[in-house]
Design a protein. Structure first.
Length: 281
């Protein structure tokens, strides 16, 4: 029986100037690669679990959705193609990770990918995802005059390898203000900061990965924001990593408020863009 892998991504085209990217939501690992993994790594514990379900309401808001299918252990879609570190001097995982967030090996017997294998994975999975991301941002900007890119992530709330203590629940990142208009960032922080029962920060430990930093070009009408959420805000942080609907339902209204604010910002800026264009004609 022939094994057919899934496509590199799932895509839904919306009607509004908002694209939600989920680069770490995938869980697929090709069987031949999984055979080289440790039993722990085969559980793909560092997945951003249940992102599609958590953000399902965004489709009704008119957002476009781009969702990874392959595990970050195959190739990390939120890393630059050359694998350069986004946080120099801090512990990070690479383009094709060789260790888990708990700093344990992904591969048995040190059978890590070489440069040729990394290039193959980059071409097969990373490149198509980013081509679709670029094409959709260009389409949105062409149609609406402006685009907002929301890079949706989640992570365990306690990970000593990456940060001390417990992570704030809602970690907004705008590449230290470079990837989106500061006014939008402050409005989003105000919404997150007023969410009762949750903690929030802007450009703290997580400032945005490659996607936020590369595509966020406010001067060119593309405003990118990363939200890194604690997984305890909506799911079990340990096996079997179950989605917790009652817990998720408490945070979803705050997510919806932030996305609504991003949409309102985009519509306003889009209107200003077309008015300026009309005056220039």
């Amino acid at each position: 029986m022939t094994h057919t892998p899934p496509p590199p991504f799932l895509f839904h085209q919306g009607t509004e100037p908002l694209l939600i990217s989920m680069p770490h939501a995938g869980t697929y690992v090709p069987p031949a690669l999984a055979a080289r993994f440790t039993p722990e790594a085969r559980q793909v514990p560092d997945t951003d679990w249940h992102m599609e379900r958590l953000y399902a309401f965004a489709r009704d808001m008119g957002a476009s959705m781009l969702v990874a299918t392959h595990s970050r252990y195959v190739v990390d879609l939120n890393r630059p193609p050359d694998g350069a570190s986004l946080y120099p001097g801090q512990s990070v995982t690479g383009l094709c990770p060789v260790d888990t967030f708990d700093d344990t090996p992904i591969y048995t017997a040190g059978d890590v990918p070489d440069e040729a294998e990394i290039a193959t994975r980059r071409d097969a999975v990373w490149a198509p995802y980013h081509a679709q991301l670029r094409a959709e941002l260009d389409r949105i900007r062409s149609k609406h005059g402006v685009a907002v890119l929301w890079d949706a992530h989640s992570i365990r709330s306690v990970l000593p390898r990456f940060f001390e203590g417990k992570l704030p629940d809602l970690n907004l990142g705008t590449a230290n203000g470079e990837s989106c208009d500061p006014a939008l960032a402050q409005e989003l922080l105000a919404i997150a900061g007023s969410a009762r029962g949750y903690t929030a920060v802007l450009n703290g430990r997580f400032k945005g990965g490659h996607i936020t930093r590369h595509y966020g070009q406010p001067g060119q009408g593309v405003h990118a924001v990363q939200l890194e959420m604690t997984q305890c805000s909506y799911m079990q942080e340990a096996l079997p990593f179950d989605y917790l609907p009652d817990v998720a339902s408490r945070v979803q209204p705050h997510l919806q408020k932030m996305l609504a604010a991003a949409l309102a910002f985009a519509r306003l800026r889009g209107g200003q863009y077309w008015q300026q264009t009309a005056r220039d004609v």
